[in-house]
Write a protein that binds this ligand. Structure first.
Ligand SMILES: [Mn+2]
Length: 280
């Protein structure tokens, strides 16, 4: 067998990698952002060829068409797989909160003084009745199978800017398995704790941020954290018009990509270029 180095060298095997986070029901804006990046058509079909695209969670709530966003992502995943590309999706706290609203309704949760239980809380967190009404068993099964994290090209992709995921294990596969079990749970008290872990934020900021980020990366065998969940507006005190690209923080070990679509910001399509080789 003759190997053509131009086609088979390691360098040419790496296909482009992108990440998008916190679409929050803004289906039209998501399609426009993906079109601008060359990844999808105006009507939400994959045009990215062999590229890889990861959605980092929070598809639903706050914006008008969360279920439509999920339907688009599933279509894109199917399209991309047929073309040798890949579309992946992570679990965000809002998906867990939507499932909880559906599963536990307004039953009281011991130790939680929240009017209307998970259903009331989900509404106050931005839940839309139209999404809940359209949430089919098929959608619930899809959400129930989402991983909490993935590693691609040395990037640790997660929804929330937290190391609280490490409470569920010390390897990516172990954490994903445990999170799926927690997500399927029927004990509202346990689910409340789980939703808190998924919604945590903060460890990567302040004087200890770089150390916490480095520890998480070492545990999980990756070189750089990419996350959504906390908007760039809130993180860096920026007005929406100044939020135009992802921002690195935690001593350069993490990148925040949530452009705050729900508050008038942009959906950022982050291109994740290959990381330099780690320095030992
Ligand atoms: Mn979130």
């Amino acid at each position: 067998m003759i190997i053509d180095p131009a086609r088979h060298s390691v360098g040419t095997m790496i296909t482009p990698l992108y990440a998008v986070s916190d679409v929050h029901g803004h289906r039209t804006a998501m399609r426009a952002a993906l079109r601008d990046a060359g990844l999808a058509s105006e009507d939400g079909r994959w045009t990215g060829g062999e590229a890889r695209l990861w959605f980092l969670g929070d598809y639903v709530d706050r914006g008008p068409d969360g279920i439509g966003v999920i339907d688009d992502i599933r279509q894109l995943a199917e399209d991309a797989a047929a073309e040798g590309g890949h579309v992946g999706a992570l679990l965000g706290n809002h998906e867990a909160q939507l499932l909880a609203a559906h599963r536990f309704r307004d039953q009281p949760v011991p130790g939680w003084d929240e009017p209307g239980g998970f259903l009331g809380a989900w509404r106050r967190w931005g839940g839309l009745q139209a999404d809940l009404d359209r949430l089919s068993a098929d959608h619930r099964a899809w959400i129930g199978g989402l991983p909490a994290m993935a590693v691609e090209d040395g990037y640790l992709l997660v929804h929330s800017d937290t190391d609280a995921y490490l409470r569920y294990g010390s390897a990516v596969g172990e954490i994903n398995t445990r999170v799926m079990l927690e997500l399927a749970g029927d004990d509202p008290e346990a689910f409340l704790y789980f939703a808190g872990v998924l919604s945590d934020r903060g460890p990567f900021y302040g004087s200890d941020g770089e150390r916490r980020a480095r520890h998480m990366l070492r545990e999980l065998g990756a070189g750089h954290i990419v996350h959504g969940h906390t908007t760039l507006q809130n993180l860096f005190g920026l007005p929406s018009e100044q939020v135009t690209e992802p921002i690195r923080h935690a001593g350069g070990l993490a990148t925040a990509i949530d452009g705050g679509a729900y508050k008038g910001g942009k959906i950022l399509v982050a291109r994740l270029t290959p990381l330099p080789a780690p320095v030992h």
